[in-house]
Design a protein around this ligand. Structure first.
Ligand code: DGP
Ligand code: NA
Ligand code: NA
Length: 209
């Protein structure tokens, strides 16, 4: 635990399958919070701009094949290499709105058949989000959206497995949202829960598990 002398920013994560609308909502939320005068920053995983991130990018674009366990550890390392900077920003009072986090790490690898506990272990000790919005699609709606992408995981049968794996990962920080609704409706719900979270956690210590 890190104790605070001044109020900190909130650590807000959006999770879900590909095409669940995360990136749209993350941008809307950041813009809205800025409008309201909050100190806020958008973050995205994988962070493709680092050296590790560029290996991940090549893997996702099918330029390179990487062993399933090795790529799992690289995704985790990509989160670890960002931790000190993220922690500093949070302690400086900046709210981070993060597109994907360790839940994606576990869901996508476990969907390949890797052991769930093994998948979780390299992420142990990462900062714990204050709230995780899970963008939940019905399988019907998911089906309509799948099959359009061209990156490695953007394929219907695989996404269905990822969806099922996410369901095992729910914890008390999760807020499961009906992501089939109109963009603006969803945005309003995310906004109001985020504002509550920012207020609630501003004087609480940051958690690392
Ligand atoms: P995005 O840029 O959000 O579309 O993410 C790229 C793809 O990478 C997407 O299919 C989800 C997947 N992904 C994100 N994080 C991880 C991770 O930690 N591990 C694995 N195996 N896949 C991930
Ligand atoms: Na994607
Ligand atoms: Na996205």
């Amino acid at each position: 635990m890190t104790f605070l002398e001044k109020s900190r920013g909130a650590f807000i994560v959006l999770e879900g399958c590909d095409r669940s609308g995360k990136s749209t909502q993350v941008k809307l939320l950041v813009n809205r919070l800025e409008q309201l005068g909050h100190n806020v920053m958008l973050w995205k995983f994988p962070e493709r701009k680092t050296q590790i991130g560029s290996m991940i990018d090549e893997y996702l674009k099918n330029v390179k094949d990487v062993d399933d366990k090795a790529i799992h550890l690289l995704f985790s390392a990509n989160r670890w290499e960002c931790m000190s900077e993220m922690k500093k920003k949070l302690l400086d009072g900046i709210t981070l709105v993060v597109d994907r986090y360790a839940y994606s790490g576990v869901a996508y690898s476990a969907a390949k058949g890797l052991d769930l506990e093994w998948c979780k272990s390299p992420d142990i000790g990462l900062l714990t989000p204050d709230i995780v919005f899970f963008m939940n699609l019905t399988s019907e709606e998911a089906e309509k959206r799948f099959g359009f992408g061209n990156e490695r995981y953007e394929e219907k049968a695989f996404q269905e497995k990822v969806r099922n794996t996410f369901n095992f990962l729910k914890d008390p920080t999760w807020k499961v949202l009906n992501a089939c609704r109109a963009v603006e409706k969803l945005h309003k719900e995310i906004e109001s829960l985020s504002l509550k979270t920012i207020q609630k956690c501003s004087n609480l210590p940051l958690k690392e598990d």
